[in-house]
Design a protein around this ligand. Sequence first.
Ligand SMILES: Nc1ncnc2c1ncn2[C@@H]1O[C@H](COP(=O)(O)OP(=O)(O)OP(=O)(O)O)[C@@H](O)[C@H]1O
Ligand SMILES: [Mg+2]
Length: 228
Amino acid sequence: MIDQLLNAKDLAKSFEDGASTRAVLRRISVSLKAGETLALCGPSGSGKSTLLNLLAGVIAPDAGEVWLTLPDGSMNLASLSEKQRSAVRRRHMGYVFQFFNLVPTLTVRENVLLPLELAGREALAEEALSRLSSLGLDTRLNDFPETLSGGERQRTAIARALAHRPLLVLADEPTGNLDAERSEGVVSELWKAVREQGCALVVATHSEAVAQRADRVLRLDAPPSEGA
Ligand SMILES: Nc1ncnc2c1ncn2[C@@H]1O[C@H](COP(=O)(O)OP(=O)(O)OP(=O)(O)O)[C@@H](O)[C@H]1O
Ligand SMILES: [Mg+2]
C-alpha cells in the first residue's frame, strides 16, 4: 500500500519580469496520499497552474522539493533526468492542461488512446472509450480537435488524462469551459477515478462547488501588485 504519494515541500517559484522578479509561489507545501483530493483555489495569477507544473515536474522550483512515492520507489523529481521525468509522467500522471494541449493532428479517439500506447497499456482502450461516451463524446470520436467546441476539447482532455489509470491526476480548471450539467459529469468522472482507482487528485479551480468536494483546499494568495 502506498502511503504518501506526493510530498512537495517549501516550493518557491519566481519569474523574471523584465528588469524585476515576480515571486509567484513562496514556501508552498502539498502532500497527498492515494485516494485523497486537494483543490487549489485563488485568483487569476495566484500561481495555480504554476504549482501544477511544479508537481508534474514540467518546470523546476527555485527552492523546495517534489517527492513522489511510486510502486518503484520514492524519488525526488529534481534528481531525475528530463527523460526519466517524462517517463514518470507518462506512466503515473494524468494532466488536464488549462488549455487542453490536444494533439491537433489526432482525432478525439486517437488523442485519448495515445497515453495508452505511450504507457504500454493498450488493454485499457475499452475503458477509455467508454469514459469518452460517459462524457458525451461518442459521436465525436473521429473528429479533430479544431472542429470541437471548447467544452468538447476540455472533456476530451479529461478522458485522455484518465485513460492510463494514473496514480496522480493534475487537473487545471477542468470545468472552466463547461455548463453546469457537463461540469457535474466531468467532476463525477474525476472523483470516480479517485474512488475506483485510488488515484490522488489535485484540481485547480475557480468553482466553489468543485472545491467543496475536495478533502482539502489550498488557497493561494493574489499575485503581488506591480513593484511589490
Ligand atoms: N513561463 C512564465 N514566464 C513568466 N511568467 C510566468 C510564467 N508562467 C507563469 N507566469 C506568471 O506567474 C503568475 C501565475 O501564473 P499562473 O498561470 O500560475 O496563475 P493561475 O493561478 O493559474 O491563473 P489563472 O486562474 O488565470 O489560470 C502570473 O503572473 C504569470 O504571468
Ligand atoms: Mg491557471
